[in-house]
Design a protein around this ligand. Structure first.
Ligand code: SF4
Length: 251
């Protein structure tokens, strides 16, 4: 199964969350009427577990002036989610609002929209309003204008870069696995589909970027887009080396 045939970028309801059902069967295109005005009641920041993408890590690191390794150590909960306080609120939530507003993750930028993607099409659904939210919902703008207003487009592009990378690497691994089986080269190596390894490799961009630039005598990238591009090249190189190693083991 193609793991990115259908992807959905959305926050995860916290265990105590209620009222998180989608407004089914909405399937909004970018030109659909939509508006949402935050009133800073912070209810939504107390309601969801926030998943971060590798591009989100780069954006958060940039905002905080630390490395992605430090972001992971200080601000993730041991998985790909931001830490939450005991009361369930996101750790970045302050009395003044989001402490990392300019670097906040994609799901926060899109909220309450949820982006769904296949290879053929994209559509947006809308999360139900969280209880006691003061936000105002309406039809005064468009989905496209909302995304632009939240500066979500670079993060959506970053998400796509990594989704395509994930797909390419999985295809590479599957082809190698199929080739090994056809050639009767021995029992398929379980590592061929060990996407956990892949996930580990892509989760922390900075060390991969640094190592890659050192190996290739390149200056370190400075923009988010160049960092992501460099990280993609580093991860593809990592994947090819993994495959070479697997093939070597089979000889
Ligand atoms: S990162 Fe900011 S916007 Fe996102 S849940 Fe945390 S406090 Fe809210």
């Amino acid at each position: 199964m193609n793991p990115v045939a259908f992807t959905s970028t959305r926050p995860v309801p916290a265990p105590t969350a209620v009222g998180h059902a989608y407004f089914a069967p909405l399937q909004l295109q970018r030109d659909a009427s939509f508006s949402h005005t935050c009133k800073r009641c912070t209810r939504c920041c107390r309601h969801y577990r926030i998943a971060v993408t590798p591009f989100d890590l780069l954006r958060l690191a940039d905002k905080l002036g630390i490395s992605t390794t430090e972001v992971i150590a200080r601000h993730l909960d041991g998985s790909q989610h931001l830490r939450r306080r005991k009361d369930g609120a996101c750790e970045f939530l302050t009395d003044q609002g989001c402490a990392v507003h300019g670097g906040r993750p994609l799901v926060c930028r899109m909220y309450p929209l949820v982006r769904n993607v296949t290879h053929q099409r994209e559509w947006f659904s809308v999360l139900a309003q969280v209880p006691q939210s003061a936000a105002q919902w309406g039809l005064d703008g468009t989905v496209a204008a909302y995304l632009e207003g939240q500066d979500a487009l670079p993060s959506i592009e970053g998400y796509g870069i990594y989704a395509r990378l994930h797909y390419r690497i999985e295809q590479l691994f599957r082809q190698t696995l199929a080739g090994a089986q056809t050639a009767g080269a021995g029992k398929a190596d379980a590592r061929a589909l060990n996407l956990g390894l892949f996930a580990h490799s892509v989760l922390d961009p900075d060390p991969s970027i640094r190592d890659y630039c050192q190996r290739h005598g390149m200056p370190l990238p400075t923009t988010l887009r160049h960092k992501a591009a460099c990280h993609v090249m580093a991860t593809e190189e990592w994947a090819v080396n993994q495959l070479k190693e697997m093939n070597h083991d089979k000889l």
